[in-house]
Design a protein around this ligand. Structure first.
Ligand SMILES: C[S@@+](CC[C@H](N)C(=O)[O-])C[C@H]1O[C@@H](n2cnc3c(N)ncnc32)[C@H](O)[C@@H]1O
Length: 251
């Protein structure tokens, strides 16, 4: 197995059966979004928008307009196909680019979504600072971020360090929210069922692809990664880490 996983190639297969690419059901995401008072005049910015499913849910349910930004050609193409197929192409604009290079117009959006993508800005607080500038004074931010309270086992901490994944305590998350001049209105914590489903769909997609292509060395590497991740998931992550989706707004 090679040392470096090509994570973009891995996730392009692993997420191929997902709707929302996060451990969150459509219903619970929409419950959160319903707090934002969106209507046909509302503008949403979705950073790291993936296959477009979360934006699609919002545009379909509330009639709003969504600007999607994602670096992946595969996911932005899939998002375009989704919106065109559902007759909602006029409700979105899709930018295939690094979200760090996107021009964030000041106070333009009624809702900014950052679901599972804060790391691309350098972490939770840096993401909040960037996104808070783009939201109107009456607008909202929905952001997903992990947290852990207990002292984490050494082996799991080593895994986190190696993968560049940061896991804050909820106290640290709250401090960052305060420091960025935001208030927290609502929290969702992914259930074990939502998280099991999210992980298992990834593993099955990789396994199915590897079976269909037995001579593919990269897929064999990916199977090795799956095995490591399953161990980390079952032994540590499932017990120690929460996935939070937070609804925030400017103070
Ligand atoms: C975990 S997925 C989440 C997708 C979507 N937010 C959702 O919840 O369904 C992370 C997404 O971030 C995108 N991404 C990663 N780095 C990025 C960057 N620098 N700029 C824009 N998108 C990025 C990936 O292509 C991927 O689609």
């Amino acid at each position: 197995m090679s040392d470096q996983l090509d994570s973009a190639a891995y996730y392009h297969i692993a997420y191929e059966s997902h709707a929302i690419m996060n451990p969150l059901s459509d219903e619970r995401f929409l419950l959160l979004a319903a707090q934002c008072g969106l209507d046909e005049s509302s503008l949403v910015l979705d950073v790291g928008s993936g296959n477009g499913w979360s934006s699609y849910l919002l545009c379909r349910s509330f009639g709003c307009h969504s600007t999607q930004v994602d670096v992946s050609e595969q996911w932005t193409a899939q998002a375009r196909t989704l919106f065109e197929g559902e007759g909602l192409a006029d409700r979105t604009e899709i930018h295939c680019m690094d979200a760090n290079a996107f021009y964030y117009r000041d106070v333009s959006y009624d809702l900014v979504i950052c679901l599972g993508t804060a790391l691309m800005f350098g972490g939770f607080e840096k993401a909040l600072r960037r996104l808070a500038r783009a939201v109107t004074p009456e607008g909202f931010i929905i952001i997903g971020e992990p947290s852990a309270e207990a002292t984490l086992p050494k082996r799991y901490r080593e895994f986190l360090d190696a993968s560049g994944w940061e896991v804050h305590t909820s106290r640290q998350l709250l401090r960052s929210i305060d420091d960025c001049g935001l208030e927290m209105l609502w929290t969702l914590r992914s259930t074990h069922d939502e998280w099991d489903r999210y992980m298992s769909m990834q593993w099955k997609a990789i396994s199915d692809r590897a079976r269909a292509n037995p001579g593919d060395a990269q897929l064999q590497d990916f199977l090795g990664w799956v095995r490591d991740e399953q161990e980390t998931w079952l032994r540590y992550q499932r017990h120690h880490v929460d996935w939070n989706v937070l609804l925030l707004r400017p103070l």
